[in-house]
Ligand binder design. Sequence first.
Ligand code: NAI
Ligand code: 15L
Length: 266
Amino acid sequence: MIPRLLLTGAAGGLGKALRPRLKGDCHILRLSDLVPLDPPAAHEECMQVDLGDADAVMKMVEGCEAIVHLGGISVEAPWSHILKANIDGLVHLYEAARIHKVRRVVFASSNHVMGFHRQDQVVDALTPPRPDGFYGLSKAFGEDLSRLYFDRYGIETACVRIGSSYPEPKDRRMLATWLSYDDLHRLVVACLTTPVLGHTIIYGTSDNAVSWYDNRLAHHVGYRPQDSADVYRDAVYARTKDPDLTDPTTLYQGGAFVKIGPLSES
Ligand code: NAI
Ligand code: 15L
């Protein structure tokens, strides 16, 4: 049991999924987000914090032993937004972690760090990043920043390159990238509790038959997915059209992200 665990981005899709699931993993769950949160239960604390505000982030982190960092911009967006939440925000978070002696962080990275690798390629933790936009680039920065704080200060981080975490896979691509909410929780708990985490990059998907990710370099985390996108396969195929195999959104792992956002504007 972690004495006090901080969950950022607690008002978001994954924050709402993890909030009830983390109840048994810590004595106190400190929840934070830019937007208001549902009122705290007996074991919870709520703080409304902008990650771009260094002083507020410093107070948010004080007293916490570990952090699950989900907060920030979660899709492709103008650079100024990403800069504030995902770049400045992450520097504020790790500086606060250093000052307040946080031992371990689970950082919600993304498959979009690797989005310009092809879907006929299997990538692992040593494969060079190929971000598919400003958003993926900001997650690559977060991975490097967390490595710096591990090398200099010993703060352990799991950079979880989450695939697509939703109640069900929404399209054919997500049959490879899907991560169930229960597996997300299993993965976060494995990252928080494995004896020696170090600085680790791990892909966050369920046990899907089709996969572009090799997690052998993160075996020490002990993550064992128990769900699979495969049970949704027939239904997903029935409701979706055959893809155009010449379209970059079909060819590349990042899917639609390789074409959307400010970088697409002329
Ligand atoms: P979300 O967009 O639903 O939640 C993100 C939360 O961060 C929101 O509640 C938002 O208010 C908060 N936030 C945004 N800017 C902020 C700021 N400046 N200060 C404080 N809080 C701020 O995203 P979701 O789906 O819950 O994802 C959570 C994390 O996981 C994100 O970091 C995302 O990049 C990452 N991720 C999610 C995937 C998914 O399939 N849901 C896939 C890959 C990565
Ligand atoms: C992500 O990084 C996004 O946060 C999420 O909204 C999904 O689009 C996911 O990747 C994905 O690739 O499906």
